[in-house]
Design a protein around this ligand. Structure first.
Ligand code: F6R
Length: 623
């Protein structure tokens, strides 16, 4: 979602801010802007709508106008309040009496209307439609009313704000000082070498500049100068631990691939190998996820598990439900986080709650997690971001180990979620004496062969490309995805992927649901993508569903292993994409590749912006 970069004490402040913003582009945004103080301490802003390239065109003239500066803040905005426009882009500036401040902000100030009314009555002249603009006016107003410093003004303002947010402020006439605060949205301090420090919403913005970071806690207020970092919680000075991060892999670029998404699809064999090496035992060949004695005890006694997630992570959760129920015989409820958080579901004391999130920052999932925590659940988080808000709130974090995912459409993180959930379910099944060590070792052995199998799939993509070319130019704009068992959530994952990046409308259903409604959609030429395996005990049923589509002259597309495709009735015309035959528990992996590539090639054939599809953001930090 939005991105924040702030710099003090570096003579290349504007350049660092714009480079940082370009590293955060992947998060999704629709306008961008920079503010800087000139040598006299005067505040200047430069903003543009659309891609960062549009802002960058204006930056040479802006830099000339500002002259030497070492204090700058910048922002990429994903519109929530007010359309994408130059006026609504951040930084926002507010003047009250002699005080002028500029603010960049992620998240939402939910009580902005009340603040706006109050500040307007005190003379604030608003120009934008944003919630953010209330912030610089509120800070300037607090100073006008006698707050001793901008730090005191931020401390006064914080308890009056509702919602989840992170903000960074600078003040006219006060060079080399920044102030920030956060609640529910990330903000961290980058510790510069020498006389410079930074405030960013994501350390990636500072790849190559900083290695050491302090992650702020909810309701921390920070004051940063080139030589000092002061953090306050409830008015008291606090110290947050310094974490050293290696961002080189995260910032390694597309490495010759046309898009980050394609690169990340191709990284999956390596991701699988990395997870197996870290989360299985080299000699016993058993899962080796590490749990503290308390967590292990909670897992041993758990009678039910709640899994909560959004989007693709939710579909991974559906696969996880299947694994946990089949392998560990634990009843699992999977919820979309935005529903769970407001439904107030009954939660048994001592229950286990699992949040799954690539970013670890998704607002709905985080809120659901906080709800579960408040109701005495043991919180496990499967996340790709070990320093995220969810990881910090969890009792135990299972790192996904997918390395940074840049493309908005999730691919390798999904695979990493599913693999870690499978290892988790195998470990629980073993601990509960439901599985023998030999049975688990057999699955792990099959998993070890997966990187080679996935690699082979990635090297044979011609049939998928030709299907994608057909889909991209088909007269209709709708698709159906069907699957059963483990392939039902995979059908949903295939549908969300193609929707996100190719903008084709795609519905997914468990195949058995077809005749309860969706079959009414089938008309001549409607592409129906069926997922089928020869060894999950469900093939016969799936083949009947194919016949039902064919009878209505829908376009039958079958993604299946060769043993399944060989059972197709001779008179049934179908476009076939073959996947390797794998252990039935491994179906999500072998089906992921064609589903991801189909979405990717359809999008490239349509010429859409694959890595940053319209309206979407990588990390959804607002409701
Ligand atoms: C789909 C996609 C989204 C995310 C969802 C949850 O490709 O990327 O549906 O899966 O927004 O995000 P995380 O996993 O960060 O909580």
């Amino acid at each position: 979602m939005c991105g924040i970069v702030g710099v003090v004490g570096n003579s290349k402040a504007i350049e660092i801010v714009t480079t940082g913003l370009s590293r955060l582009e992947y998060r999704g945004y629709d306008s961008a802007g920079v503010a800087a103080l000139d040598e006299a301490g005067d505040l200047h802003t430069c903003k543009e709508v659309g891609k960062l390239a549009a802002l960058l065109e204006k930056i040479p003239a802006f830099t000339k106008r500002v002259g030497a500066t070492s204090t700058a803040i910048g922002h990429t905005r994903w519109a929530t309040h007010g359309e994408p426009s130059v006026t609504n882009a951040h930084p926002h500036v507010g003047t009250m009496g002699p005080f002028t401040l500029a603010v960049v902000h992620n998240g939402i100030i939910e009580n902005h209307t009340a603040l706006r009314t109050k500040l307007s009555a005190s003379g604030a002249k608003f120009v934008s439609a944003t919630d953010t603009e209330t912030l610089p006016f509120a800070l300037a107003h607090a100073l006008q009313q006698g707050a001793a410093s901008p730090l005191a003004a931020v401390q006064q303002l914080l308890p009056t704000l509702h919602g989840n947010f992170a903000l960074v402020a600078m003040a006219q006439g006060v060079p080399d000082e920044l102030w920030g605060t956060r609640r529910g949205a990330p903000l961290c301090v980058g510790l510069g070498q020498g006389a410079a420090n930074y405030l960013v919403s994501d350390p990636l913005a500072l790849a190559g500049i900083c290695e050491r970071f302090m992650f702020l806690e909810d309701n921390d207020v920070v004051h940063v100068t080139p030589h000092t970092i002061e953090i306050f919680a409830a008015g008291e000075r606090v110290v947050r631990p310094v974490q050293t991060l290696d961002l080189s892999a995260d910032a390694s670029g597309k490495q010759g691939f046309k898009h980050f998404m394609l690169k990340e699809i191709h990284e999956q064999p390596a991701v699988v190998a990395r997870i197996l090496s870290a989360h299985t035992h080299a000699t016993t060949r058993l899962p080796a996820l590490e749990f503290s004695p308390t967590i292990a005890a909670s897992l041993a006694s758990a009678t039910a598990i709640n899994i909560v997630a959004c989007g693709t992570a939710y579909y991974a959760g559906m696969v996880g439900k299947y694994y946990l129920e089949q392998l560990a015989r634990i009843p699992v409820n999977v919820d979309v986080a935005s529903e769970f958080r407001y439904r107030n579901p009954p939660l048994v004391a001592g229950g286990v709650f699992i949040a799954i999130s690539q970013s670890g920052e998704t607002a709905d999932t985080l809120a659901a997690l906080e709800h579960a925590k408040a109701h005495g659940q043991t919180i496990l988080v499967f996340t790709n971001s070990p320093h995220s808000s969810m990881a910090r709130a969890a009792d135990c974090t299972i790192p996904l180990l997918a390395n940074r995912e840049i493309a908005v459409a999730s691919t390798k993180a999904f695979t990493a979620m599913v693999l870690n959930l499978l290892l988790f379910a195998l470990q629980l099944g073993l601990q509960r004496n439901l599985l023998t060590a030999a049975a688990v070792q057999e699955v792990i052995q099959q998993l070890r062969e997966l990187p080679t199998q996935l690699q082979e799939q990635l090297e044979h993509t011609v049939p998928i490309q030709s299907l994608a070319n057909n889909l991209a130019t088909m007269p209709g704009r709708s698709l159906l995805y069907l699957g059963r068992g483990l392939l039902a959530p995979m059908a949903s994952e295939g549908a969300i992927k193609i929707k996100e990046i190719s903008y084709l409308h795609a519905e997914s259903y468990p195949s058995g649901e077809m005749k309860h409604g969706p079959i009414a959609l089938v008309e001549p030429g409607l592409p129906v993508i069926n997922l089928a395996a020869s060894n999950d005990g469900l093939l016969e049923k799936t083949l009947s569903n194919l016949q039902e589509v064919a009878a209505r002259r829908g376009e039958v597309i079958l993604i299946a292993d060769s043993a399944a495709t060989s059972q197709l009735p001779a008179n049934l015309q179908a476009i076939v994409i073959t996947v390797p035959t794998v252990h039935p528990l491994l179906l999500p992996f072998s089906f992921s590749i064609p589903l991801q590539l189909l979405a990717y090639f359809t999008a490239t054939a349509k010429g859409t912006d694959v890595d940053q599809p319209r309206n979407l953001a990588k990390s959804v930090t607002v409701e």
